[in-house]
Design a binder for this molecule. Sequence first.
Ligand code: GUN
Length: 305
Amino acid sequence: MDQQTTASARIIDGKAFAAALRERIGGHVAALKAQGVTPGLAVVLVGEDPASEVYVRNKGVATAAAGMQGFEHKLPADASETELLDLVARLNADPAVHGILVQLPLPGHLDADKVIDAIAPEKDVDGFHVQNVGRLATGMDAMVSCTPLGCLMLLRDQLGELSGKEAVVIGRSNIVGKPMAQLLLRENCTVTIAHSRTKDLAAVCRRADIVIAAVGRPKMVQGDWIKPGATVIDVGINRIPAPERGEGKVRLVGDVDFDQAVQVAGAITPVPGGVGPMTIACLLANTVIAASRQNGIAPPADLAY
Ligand code: GUN
């Protein structure tokens, strides 16, 4: 009999997972406070990019909700490199600050690499400093970039053991693609990093038990690129016009064509509500880890990765 079945993937609820993680982090913060340590996170924003302002505000709210101390530093869009580097140096030297995040992108006249390089590696809760990148790549304790870390937590929760799985990471950015590949390699996955020059990306994707899409192109990954039953993690946050919502309105979509992929995948993250909420939760986790290490306290085992 020719029966038409429409499979439907499990929807990975990143919002609920992140809420539970933040709850646990709140407990760890309370335990640190009982030992005289209040984890402190400093966020630096240069200029008035509206999207960055929203992110920074959200970070401030999440920091306070977890019982941590938040420090917000705003510099004007025309701040000089020296001003920014001086601020980073003050934060490096401040014992109440355990984590430092300089919101990217920076205005064009500022060299992001130079600024990241100036952050004390042990306070680099973004995991962007070359020392942390190198430590991750060589299997040492490192601060790990928050978004890939969040993806890994979701994958472990879905799949348990990742060893031996075929993972395809689409995108080779320093913030997501490369650290994601390193984390999956550390889990003993067979890892392919695909990018804009990859030949026959669809065929490469079809091999994957795990697909991580982090390219920043709306709905690029098609349903027939997905191996039936694969786990799909969509890191993309793209704003596309949504005239059905009214003139000038937009909506968020990922890098994966969700409506297609959900028919084929075994599990998939939605956008919004998938990876996004994990990033801030992991930033808080990294701040707890940093505060612990800086005070000679072992980081909480459930936050270890
Ligand atoms: N801008 C967008 N995402 C991020 C992030 O994870 N860290 C920093 N520092 N800036 C960002």
